[in-house]
Design a protein around this ligand. Sequence first.
Ligand SMILES: [Zn+2]
Length: 300
Amino acid sequence: MASSQKDSPPVCDYEGSDYQSSFWDTGERAYEDQAEAIALKRMLPKAGNLMLEVGAGAGRNTPRYKGYERIVVMDYSTTQLQQAQERLGRSDRYIYVAADVYRLPFMAGLFDGATMIRVIHHMSDAPLALSQIRESLQPKAIFILEFANKKNLKAILRYWLKKQDWNPFTPEPVEFVELNFDFHPKTIREWLRKIGFKIERQLTVSHFRIGFLKRLVPTKILVWLDSLAQFTGGLWQFSPSVFVRSRAIGETIIAPEGSFFRCPECKTPLGEEKNNALKCECGLTWGIEDGIYNFKEPIK
Ligand SMILES: [Zn+2]
């Protein structure tokens, strides 16, 4: 699943993956999906203009961004975006973009909202990805981040019982499988603050992600219990999943009216589309195919 790009950290690529159908649509993760929907609803602003969804996959969460007028549905994998397009349709509301989070193709200060749910989990250079997102945001924009928490109760118990060699209390990320990382909540907060975010709210999510509980207790009840437990997120974080809402503060550029894409290689603003392509003055041309902008590889 991993692939690499020169001068850029490796990216976990879901190209050709049946992630949506094999992971989400089987119903085994109905509890996690509904618990996430509640957390998102609690964190999303009522209204917004332009949202960037980083790592949208097949668009599972996209319909939940109701308050936003337009949404950039971004993923590294074009096949995931094709699935998203089937789910959400082609309209002015959704802009489908294949791009690398480490080299975002958007003008600085473009968005007034962004989300990244279940994605930082795959990032070997999370601070670089976060600072790219921060750059793309307008002053006071909202950013909702979900991360996998290394300091979760199960990991702590396993560590105490000596069934796990890594320490859940230390600040560094743990890569438990290649390109799969869990993070310490304090480290995530420090990164966010350092790059110009003010943390507004934290919710702990999926407290009951335990096989036998999910089999024994009806999903509705687990989701209800989780929705109550989420409120403890501001006090302590021992759940496997944590949502953080932060706001862009400090020195912030606002993208000039009418500008949108920039060249991911040289950062020059890109002008009008011609013949389903965006041509940069550096010589690179970026293609648009079947309604999907492709900033992964330039056209030869
Ligand atoms: Zn260029």
